[in-house]
Design a protein around this ligand. Sequence first.
Ligand SMILES: [Zn+2]
Ligand SMILES: [Zn+2]
Length: 131
Amino acid sequence: MEPEATKKLRHSQKYPLMNKRFTKNDAGFTCQHCGRYVPPLLSSSRDHCTTCLYSLHVDINPGDRANTCHGLLVPIGITLNSKKGTIIHYHCDTCGAYHNNKAAPDDDFDAIIELSRNPLQYLYNVKSNDD
Ligand SMILES: [Zn+2]
Ligand SMILES: [Zn+2]
């Protein structure tokens, strides 16, 4: 019998890409902006509030929770990606970094529409700073 930790380590060595780029971390949380409880998103990782769309600066790669900033990510705009669907662009209130999240199917539609009114020029600036 080998200890559980050794097995896990082996698994992560066997599938390094899977663990590096995307960690499924689907948990409910209370929004730090509007105070509502956001239930887990069953199909993927829940990473932002469905009501006000605010998020927290906790990930480096999606779902890894490896970022120590923990600042409030303020939604600043929306772009449409042919592969990924609706992308929400964020600006971190604490460290000033730009971040993207995929919109969830149960996000508040009015909030998405409201964000999509932001000038495109602004979004292009965001995109160039994002990588
Ligand atoms: Zn909220
Ligand atoms: Zn930050």
